[in-house]
Design a protein around this ligand. Structure first.
Ligand code: NBP
Length: 486
């Protein structure tokens, strides 16, 4: 039975009892050894949760003071409130009632730079602050999410077993690991979401090609995705894509997909990933294309005006449907490898910039369950980093190199033919352009350097000599060794 109490009985508490917090609290309460204290700003939510779930044995708190008193030491509380100012408000309240050594966990979708700032401020008060990325939505929160905690190793000693008790489990391993200090957990969660954007966009492009170029029906395409889900593309996203495509609208009897407005929204984590990658100088073009594709879709006025723009004269002529479907599958797989490789590049760059020791193989491992990008494919990533922890780019690992080599003829056909037929496939095309850029012996960046030196004296390096140079473009065009002022 739920009870109000001032005794320190709970080993874990949850503040913020909207859908995510309630589900996480229920998940915690359902695991052996956990007694869960719950508190919400407005008492109504607390009362509803506690009365609807007597089996959970929640200790409900009517005030933040009561909440603190109900936790034994080190007090550990997970905040699940609206990310932003609400998080800061709750942290301030908890800091007032918690004591040195206690642990405040933010399980919301915080921007990692906010987490870095909060961790520092809370640490200066002698308390621990852990920003934990929690993936898997409502369902994951209730039944087992993938959890990406940052913060100190000391805090993880207490927190780790609690988080392990509620995380998704794959092959006996809970999908949680200490990612790194301060904002590392929220950083990796952000990249996860960015990869999710790319993965979804690529799947959507594959659907569009099968529909538009081959004229297949949504139900037929659902069968194709269900088949793909038995092979190397096996993943939650492919699985649910088949479900969505098979759905029939009860009102009209039409395929569900045809009654949905084709404008995709976003909550911002994809944008954060791209903005962060731009700052870090990491080309996450697959994620960026996915974010931009949603932005293009959400511009009805521009799309209406542009619908009169001329397209190609000819259509894609498909001789053999099976070959075409296999080409699209391979193009999807190769593009997906690029997107994940870029996502891990961003993790490497973030770790370097912020001083985090992030184990890439462990990250891939904890994404195998609970989260939206869960997939068999992640095992290959873990293996690649196990073989070579300092792998310079995931795509250069033998497994992925071979996979792309096997797919590339199909990939090139799909990108070329979709361009000729005027069917947009920005994710596929940009992934291929990235792949070709990366493997090119020489890039036209040399010309860009020449242009930069011409108009801005930005200098350049030579292939055959040390040093930095500038050509006197408006003078006699001789070359001088550049000084620091250039
Ligand atoms: P919401 O994001 O809708 O937030 C509602 C909660 O925040 C309520 O408990 C509300 O209290 C509390 N709150 C607000 Br708003 N302002 C507050 C303040 N100033 N002080 C104290 N409490 C305040 O809840 P949610 O949808 O359950 O999401 C919780 C977190 O989880 C968010 O950060 C969200 O981004 C994240 N999330 C993650 C996933 C995922 O897949 N990982 C999915 C969905 C959400 P009240 O009841 O008194 O108004």
């Amino acid at each position: 039975m739920a009870e109000h109490g001032s005794q320190a009985q709970a080993n874990i508490g949850v503040v913020g009892l909207a859908v995510m917090g309630s589900n996480l609290a229920r998940n915690l309460a359902s695991r052996e050894g956990n007694t869960v204290a719950v508190y919400n700003r407005s008492a109504e939510r607390t009362n509803v949760l506690v009365s609807e779930h007597p089996e959970a044995g929640f200790i409900s708190a009517a005030s933040i003071q009561e909440f603190a008193q109900s936790l034994h030491k080190p007090r550990t509380a997970i905040i699940m409130v609206k990310a932003g100012q609400a998080t800061d408000a709750v942290i301030d309240q908890l800091c007032d009632v918690f004591e040195a050594g206690d642990i405040i966990v933010d399980g919301g979708n915080a921007l990692f730079t906010d987490t870095i700032r909060r961790e520092k401020a809370v640490r200066e008060k002698g308390l621990n602050f852990v920003g934990a990325g929690i993936s898997g939505g409502e369902e994951g929160a209730l039944n087992g999410p993938s959890i990406m905690p940052g913060g100190s190793a000391e805090a993880y000693e207490t927190l780790g077993p609690i988080l392990s008790s509620i995380a998704a489990v794959v092959d006996g391993d809970p999908c949680v690991t200490h990612i790194g200090t301060d904002g590392a957990g929220h950083f990796v969660k952000m990249i996860h979401n960015g990869i999710e954007y790319a993965d979804m966009q690529l799947i959507a492009e594959a659907y569009d090609l099968l529909r538009t170029a081959a004229g297949m029906s949504p139900a037929e395409i659902a069968d194709v995705f269900a088949e793909w889900n038995k092979g190397e593309l096996e993943s939650y996203l492919i699985e649910i894509t088949a479900e969505v495509l098979r759905q029939v609208d009860a009102k009209t009897g039409k395929p569900f997909i045809d009654v949905v407005v084709d404008q995709a929204g976003s909550k911002g984590t994809g944008v954060w990933t791209v903005q962060t990658a731009l700052d870090l100088g990491v080309p996450v073009s697959g994620i960026a294309e996915a974010v931009f594709a949603r932005a293009v879709s959400s511009k009805p006025a521009q799309r209406a005006a542009a619908s009169a723009l001329p397209g190609p004269a000819s259509e894609w002529s498909i001789d053999n449907l099976d070959t075409f479907v296999e080409d699209v599958r391979r193009a999807l797989y190769a593009s997906k490898i690029v997107a994940y490789s870029q996502g891990f590049d961003a993790i490497v760059a973030g770790a370097e910039q912020y001083g985090w020791d992030i184990k890439k193989g462990e990250v891939a491992k904890i994404w195998r369950g609970g989260c939206i990008i869960r997939a068999a494919f992640l095992n290959r990533i873990t293996e690649a980093y196990a073989e070579d922890p300092s792998l310079v780019a995931l795509i250069t690992a033998p497994y992925f190199t071979e996979a792309v080599a096997g797919a590339q003829a199909s990939w090139r056909r799909v990108v070329a033919e979709s361009a000729l037929a005027g069917i947009p496939a920005p994710g596929f095309a940009s992934a291929l352009a990235y792949y070709d850029s990366l493997r090119a012996e020489r890039l036209p960046a040399a010309l860009v350097q020449g242009q930069r030196d011409f108009f801005g004296a930005h200098t350049y390096k030579r292939v055959d000599a040390e040093g930095t140079f500038h050509t006197l473009w408006s003078g006699d065009r001789s070359e001088v060794e550049a000084t620091d002022s250039h």
